[in-house]
Write a protein that binds this ligand. Structure first.
Ligand code: FAD
Ligand code: SIN
Length: 534
């Protein structure tokens, strides 16, 4: 990666973007022609989920495929909760988004003069553009290179946003509800700074690390969702946590994804004890059924037979085909002693994607003036009760664009930033009890996995709720006494997000899409979003 740091003061900008993944950088590049843009990341600039994406990006590019079919596939996966207008908007803008990425230099795989399209679950056509099995890395690199080269974009890593600066923080208090930026702690110095802007975009990614087993990166702690909720935004559909059916089972490497494209290119799921291929018994689409169905099937197989994992096998395909399509997975697993051209891969389901989030409209606007959001931290209406594979990077590009376009169009109506109070540390001390953070962090992730996982019951959800109540008091007490640290900020957000997930799950008295509960196994005739109002 090039040296991405620029020297000018990033604390004052026209637009502040929290998050340097696909959503944040897409917005930044769209705004930078007219505005000074600051982009914050809480660690390295390439440490979000974007860089980890494997499979690719869905777009209608195959002859014979149509927007209508991509829309229908998305709506079927979403189980009645998608907003059709949003689905149409995203699907129709997909080909242009791909062409913009090509123009930025993303080296998508080709077949002759056309893009090579792979297949994933729930898609009725080959529709996934990709860079072998490391699409996200290539996309992240291209976006970062373009952003780093732009004179109007300041990329600032290692700034952990704590909370939004709102009208409550104005020196002359106003109840208008505007958002003016964020307070963030510098990972290196521990200093809390104020980053202000007329418009702020949250592009902070998902909340996968609420769960013990997740394919998501370490930083996926729901920070943007929790910050927006605390500031007064509605949050919706948090019960719809997507579990990926095939995360590598390995005691040392805990969260390595085996892309769905392995099944798209012919991989089978087998019971390791009997060798039986079970998916054709359960769904006519077999291994290419939507993720919720395949994840539940793997979970059921593991639980019924007391297994540690099931097998994903692509060794019946020619070795050069396997190595050519999945070079990253091939190399990684070879290093772990598994030759995927000859052996099956042990896999388990793991949390993978947060379908719910901050409520946004088609312009990426949240409930608060001056605050926008895009990408995995949002509930835009695209995914409904279950995200169709490879629709999420697409959402980042389309909504990153849409938010930027709205800010540019409304610029003159956005009021200038008033004087905002600095961060007050006068009543806190350095912690002498960091054990509280570690203890709670592990406990949350464990009970969320056991009680709020793939198959739920009301009793288990209530157990989780009781624990969250106790821990909320403990964490609030700790937060009130001690200086903020990145770990404390993440713990507070993890707990907040867990609470939103459990409350949403308890609210839904049916099974739909990713929310499956033994107490309400039926799907109600009318589909209604869960909307939590702060
Ligand atoms: P991210 O890329 O996650 O970026 C979040 C950013 O926010 C980071 O820069 C982070 O530092 C910053 N941030 C977070 N909190 C704070 C804070 N408090 N302060 C400052 N900064 C903060 N989707 C697809 O469409 N196709 C795929 O093939 C695919 N494969 C995937 C494979 C894996 C292993 C995973 C985990 C996900 C995959 N997904 C895929 C999902 C997709 O990668 C994500 O939904 C998408 O990249 C999210 O992008 P984003 O811009 O919203 O957030
Ligand atoms: C995968 O490659 O299986 C992940 C695709 C996605 O999450 O959209």
């Amino acid at each position: 990666m090039p040296d991405l740091h620029k020297s000018s003061d990033p604390h004052l900008s026209d637009v502040l973007i929290v998050g340097s993944g696909a959503a944040g950088l897409t917005a930044a590049l769209n705004l930078a022609g007219r505005f000074r843009v600051t982009v914050l990341a809480k660690g390295g600039l390439d440490e979000g989920a974007t860089a980890w994406a494997q499979g690719g990006i869905a777009a209608v590019l195959e002859e014979g495929d149509t927007f209508e079919q991509h829309i229908e596939d998305t709506m079927i996966a979403g189980a009645g909760l998608n907003d059709r207008g949003v689905v149409e908007m995203v699907v129709e803008r997909a080909p242009a988004a791909i062409h913009r990425l090509e123009a930025l230099g993303v080296p998508f795989a080709t077949e002759g003069s056309a893009l090579h399209l792979t297949r994933e679950g729930g898609h009725s056509h080959r529709r996934i553009v990709h860079v072998a099995d490391a699409t996200g890395w290539a996309v992240q690199e291209a976006l970062l290179r373009a952003a780093a080269a732009h004179p109007n974009i300041r990329l600032v890593p290692d700034q952990v946003a704590i909370d939004l600066a709102t009208s409550r923080h104005e020196e002359r208090y106003s109840g208008a509800g505007n958002v003016w930026g964020v307070y963030a702690v510098d990972r290196t110095s521990g200093h809390v700074g104020l980053f202000t802007a007329r418009a702020t975009i949250l592009a902070t990614g998902g909340a996968g690390r609420t769960y013990l087993f997740s394919t998501a990166p370490r930083g996926a702690t729901g920070d943007g969702i929790a910050m927006a909720w605390r500031a007064g935004c509605r949050v919706s559909n948090m019960e719809f946590m997507q579990f990926h059916p095939t995360c590598l089972y390995n005691l040392d490497v805990k969260n390595f994804l085996i892309t769905e494209a392995v099944r798209g290119e012919g991989g089978w799921l087998l019971n390791p004890r009997t060798g039986h291929r079970y998916m054709p018994d359960l769904d006519p689409r077999a291994e290419l059924a939507p993720r919720d169905i395949v994840a539940r099937a793997n979970d059921a197989e593991i639980k019924r037979d007391g297994l540690d994992y099931v097998h994903l096998d692509i060794s019946h395909q020619p070795p050069e085909f396997v190595r050519g399509h999945f070079p990253t997975i091939y190399e990684k697993l070879l290093g772990l002693g598994i030759d995927i051209t000859r052996q099956p891969i042990p896999v388990v389901p793991a949390q993978h994607y947060t379908c719910g989030g901050i409520v946004v409209d088609r312009d990426g606007r949240t409930d608060l003036p001056g605050l926008y959001a895009a990408g995995e931290c949002t509930q835009s209406g695209l995914h409904g009760a279950n995200r169709l594979a490879s629709n999420s990077l697409l959402e980042c590009f389309v909504f990153g664009d849409a938010a930027a376009a709205h800010i540019a169009a409304q610029w003159d109506a956005l009021p200038p930033v008033p004087a905002i109070r600095g961060w007050d540390e006068s009543r806190v001390a350095d912690s002498d009890e960091e054990v509280v953070i570690k203890q709670n962090w592990t406990e949350i992730r464990r009970f969320m996995w056991n009680y709020v996982g793939i198959v739920r019951t009301t009793k288990r959800l209530e157990r989780a709720r009781t624990r969250i109540r106790m821990m909320t008091e403990e964490v609030a007490d700790y937060y009130g006494q001690f200086r903020v640290t990145p770990d404390l900020i993440e713990l507070r957000n993890l707990l907040q997000t867990a609470d939103l997930i459990v409350r949403s799950a308890l609210h839904r008295h049916e099974s739909r899409g990713l929310h499956y509960t033994l107490d309400y196994p039926e799907t109600l005739p009318v589909a209604v979003d869960t909307v939590l109002v702060p």
